[in-house]
Design a protein around this ligand. Structure first.
Ligand SMILES: NC(=O)c1ccc[n+]([C@@H]2O[C@H](COP(=O)([O-])OP(=O)(O)OC[C@H]3O[C@@H](n4cnc5c(N)ncnc54)[C@H](O)[C@@H]3O)[C@@H](O)[C@H]2O)c1
Ligand SMILES: N[C@H](CO)Cc1c[nH]c[nH+]1
Length: 435
C-alpha cells in the first residue's frame, strides 16, 4: 500500500490542474502585504482594508460598546446554538487535554527526565469571515485556547464580518477582538502594529491569502497548520447512498471555488448516480454559483478496483475531511492513515463537525494531513522537557558523553561533562593535570 498514482485508477471526472502562475502571484501579493504591515503598521492595515475589504474601520480594535451591541442584536436562538457549540467543543477539548500528562521518569538510576505541559502565553486566532459568517469558526479557534489556559487570546476577523461573529468571538472567550482580515491580519499578529499586539502563535483557517501569509510568517511566530479552502473526500462501496454523497460534497463545495471535493468508489453505479445527483441538486441549490464552479473546477470521481485500492487512494489524497461509506465503515476506517478528520459511517456527515459536534473543524488541507492532524487543544500548549541528574546519575551519563565529545572533537563539551565527573582534575579549569 502507499504507492499509488493516477495511472492506477479510473477517473469518471477529473479536476482541472493547478495554475502555477496564480500560485506565484499569491506568494508575491502576500509577501508585499507582510512587508508593508511590518514597515508601516496601522497605516498599511488601513490601505489593505480599503483595497481588499472596501471598508476601513474607525478603530481596528472592537470596543466594549460594539461587543455589547453585537450581543444585544444576536438572535436568542443563534446565541443558544452558539453556546451549544461552545459547550461541545469545550467538553471535547477538556477530555483531550486530560490525556496529556506531565511526566517524571528515572531512565537510569539518578537520571531524572520529564516534561511539563505549558500553555502558550499569547495566541492570535484568525476567524474567517469574508464570504459567509461561519459562526462556528471563532468557537473552533478560541475555545481550545481558553481550555489550554493561554493568558492572552486575541481574535482577528475581516472588517466587513457580520456583527454576530464579534458576539461569538466574545462568547467563546476572546480577550480582545480586531477588525482586520486576510494576509494583513496574519502579518499584524506576527509583527505587531500600533493597534494589534504581537502574539506567540497564530492559529485558524482562512482563504488562500490567509494561509499563504501563515506560511510566510512561520518562524517569527508559530502556526497551527495550513488550513485553507475546505476539502472533502468520500470513499464508498455499493452500499452508499448517492443522494447523501452528493449533498455532502456540495456542502463543502459551497465554501469557495477553490474547494476540492471528490469521491472514490468500488462501484461504477454509485459513481455515475452520484455524478447525476450532483447536477440535479445544483439546480435548486441557492449557493450553486460557487458550489457548481468548485465542482466543475475541482470535483473528481474515481473508480477503484477493490477496497484495498480505495484505502490506498484515500491515503494518497490525504484530504481534510474523509467520509467512509462502506458496509463495515469501522473496519475500513481502521486501515486508513492520512486524513484531517475521519467521518465513519453514513450518519457522520462533515456538516456536524463543521458546526457543533465538538471535534475541531479547523483541519489540514492541501495534503498536509500526511504529517499533521487538525487544530486541537494540544496546539495551544508546549510540551517542554527538563532533566536533573543526581550523583548516581553522573557516573552513568558522563563517561559516554565525554567519549562522544572527544570523538566529535568538541573539547569544550568534553570538559563540561568531565568537570562534573572529576571536578578537581581538569587542566585549564580546576588546575588538575587532565585535559
Ligand atoms: N480548513 C479549514 O479548517 C477551514 C475552516 C473554515 C473555513 N475554511 C476556509 O476559509 C476560507 C474563508 O474564506 P473567506 O474569503 O470567506 O474569508 P477569509 O476571512 O479567509 O478572507 C477574507 C479576507 O481575504 C482578503 N482578500 C480578499 N480578496 C483578496 C485579494 N484579492 N488579495 C488579497 N487579499 C484578499 C480580504 O482582506 C478579506 O478580509 C474558505 O476558503 C473556507 O473554505 C477552512
Ligand atoms: N468545513 C469548514 C472546514 O473546512 C468549516 C465549516 C463550518 N461551517 C461550514 N464549514
Amino acid at each position: 500500500m502507499g504507492d499509488i498514482s493516477e495511472a492506477d485508477v479510473q477517473f469518471l471526472k477529473r479536476p482541472q490542474g493547478q495554475d502555477a502562475q496564480a500560485d506565484r502571484t499569491l506568494t508575491d501579493t502576500v509577501h508585499d502585504v507582510i512587508e508593508q504591515v511590518k514597515t508601516h503598521g496601522d497605516a498599511a492595515l488601513r490601505d489593505f482594508s480599503a483595497k481588499f475589504d472596501k471598508t476601513v474601520p474607525d478603530s481596528f480594535e472592537v470596543s466594549e460598546s460594539e461587543i455589547n451591541a453585537a450581543l444585544a442584536d444576536l438572535d436568542p436562538q443563534t446565541r443558544s446554538d452558539s453556546e451549544f457549540a461552545i459547550a461541545q467543543v469545550k467538553r471535547f477539548a477538556q477530555a483531550q487535554l486530560a490525556t496529556m500528562k506531565p511526566l517524571e521518569v528515572e531512565t537510569l538510576p539518578g537520571v531524572h527526565l520529564g516534561h511539563r505541559i505549558i500553555p502558550i502565553e499569547k495566541v492570535g486566532c484568525y476567524v474567517p469571515g469574508g464570504r459567509y459568517p461561519i459562526l462556528s469558526a471563532p468557537v473552533m479557534s478560541i475555545v481550545p485556547a481558553v481550555v489550554a489556559g493561554c493568558d492572552e487570546i486575541i481574535a482577528c476577523l475581516p472588517p466587513g464580518a457580520h456583527p454576530a461573529m464579534i458576539a461569538v468571538c466574545h462568547l467563546a472567550g476572546a480577550h480582545r477582538i480586531f477588525k482586520v482580515g486576510g494576509a494583513q491580519a496574519i502579518a499584524a499578529m506576527a509583527w505587531g502594529t500600533e493597534s494589534v499586539p504581537v502574539v506567540d502563535k497564530v492559529v485558524g483557517p482562512g482563504n488562500a491569502f490567509v494561509n499563504e501569509a501563515k506560511r510566510q510568517v512561520f518562524g517569527k511566530v508559530g502556526i497551527d497548520a495550513l488550513a485553507g479552502p475546505s476539502e472533502i473526500y468520500v470513499i464508498a462501496d455499493d452500499s452508499a447512498n448517492p443522494q447523501m454523497l452528493a449533498a455532502d460534497l456540495l456542502a463543502q463545495a459551497e465554501h469557495d471555488v477553490h474547494t476540492r471535493v471528490g469521491m472514490a468508489t468500488t462501484c461504477e453505479r454509485i459513481a455515475s448516480e452520484t455524478l447525476s445527483e450532483i447536477e440535479r441538486q445544483l439546480k435548486t441549490l441557492p449557493t450553486a454559483a460557487t458550489a457548481g464552479e468548485a465542482w466543475r473546477r475541482q470535483g473528481e470521481i474515481v473508480i477503484c478496483r477493490d477496497e484495498e485500492q480505495l484505502i490506498a487512494w484515500a491515503d494518497h489524497m490525504a484530504t481534510e475531511h474523509l467520509q467512509v461509506h462502506t458496509r463495515d465503515p469501522h473496519a475500513t476506517a481502521g486501515k486508513i492513515r492520512n486524513y484531517g478528520s475521519l467521518f465513519i459511517g453514513q450518519n457522520a456527515s462533515v456538516v456536524f463537525s463543521d458546526k457543533c459536534c465538538g471535534t475541531n473543524h479547523t483541519l489540514p488541507t492541501m495534503a498536509a494531513a500526511r504529517y499533521t492532524g487538525g487544530l486541537w487543544v494540544g496546539a495551544y500548549v508546549k510540551i517542554c522537557t527538563h532533566q536533573w541528574i543526581d550523583d548516581h546519575g553522573i557516573a552513568a551519563i558522563a563517561e559516554p558523553a565525554i567519549r562522544q565529545s572527544r570523538t566529535e572533537g568538541m573539547q569544550a563539551h568534553r570538559r563540561a561533562a568531565e568537570i562534573r565527573l572529576r571536578p578537581d582534575e581538569i587542566e585549564g579549569i580546576t588546575g588538575g593535570k587532565r585535559d
